[in-house]
Design a protein around this ligand. Sequence first.
Ligand SMILES: Nc1ncnc2c1ncn2[C@@H]1O[C@H](COP(=O)(O)OP(=O)(O)OP(=O)(O)O)[C@@H](O)[C@H]1O
Ligand SMILES: [Mg+2]
Length: 274
Amino acid sequence: MNTTKRAPAPPFVASGPLVASGPLVANGPPAAPLAAFENVFKIYGKGDAEVRALDGVDLQIDQGEFVAVMGPSGSGKSTAMNILGCLDKPTAGRYLFKGVDVATLSADQLAMLRRHFLGFVFQGFNLLARTTALENLELPLIYQRIDKTKRRAMAMEALDVVGLLGREHHTPAELSGGQQQRVAIARAIVTKPSLLLADEPTGNLDSARSHEIMQLLAKLNRQKALTVVLVTHEEEIAAYAGRRIEFRDGRIVRETRSTRTLTARDSNESVQGA
Ligand SMILES: Nc1ncnc2c1ncn2[C@@H]1O[C@H](COP(=O)(O)OP(=O)(O)OP(=O)(O)O)[C@@H](O)[C@H]1O
Ligand SMILES: [Mg+2]
């Protein structure tokens, strides 16, 4: 029997074109910021043991931005990223994604939001071992119920974008660290998300490999209008971003905009499959 009532799709899914059109580029400037925190708190523990991981944070991320999140260890960067990625919820305050308060979404709707609109890249790559690059990329598309032929084509296109054609049948153990992170980025963008969240994506890579990854993210941001929020401890990594947000003790203590000169150097490159 099939009488179970499904929860209505959230407004950003019901609006259709953003899902149906597929490309990372949204159709014109959205009315609301892509993501916004309104006085967000995240509090762990109670009494003396209370930790204010986020202590009243207001934040706006606009479509197409490239934002670097910085700050000392324990200042709340990953906590903010986890909330942006709907992996965690604020203790108080609101998180709006495309103007929708995510607290109003059902578990199914949240899962849909994560699958269709958000991509994640972590320091540790988090690829499935004994699973080829191609299969790692196809997995999120299986969750989206995309048929096999289309899945394969989308996965190959994403591998092409990150410069890994020819490595599609390699397992993570058969790839270098930089290549593994490229697969992880390809997996994050294969679903054509609006927002890519990267928590110290270059933390396990040497300097040369880190810059390659940053150039790739900058290229995706510039040429595919992918909004990127990236946590880093390193100045030269943050220099790729257009805006820098600094956390301290769960609060944003400084915001600066840059002229993005570092990203200009690969401006002549083309993103294949665009
Ligand atoms: N699940 C949890 N339970 C209790 N406290 C937590 C939990 N997660 C994070 N915290 C605390 O919240 C604060 C912020 O942690 P968070 O992971 O956001 O820091 P961070 O800025 O990402 O640090 P790092 O640069 O070391 O990754 C820290 O004091 C941390 O100990
Ligand atoms: Mg962290």
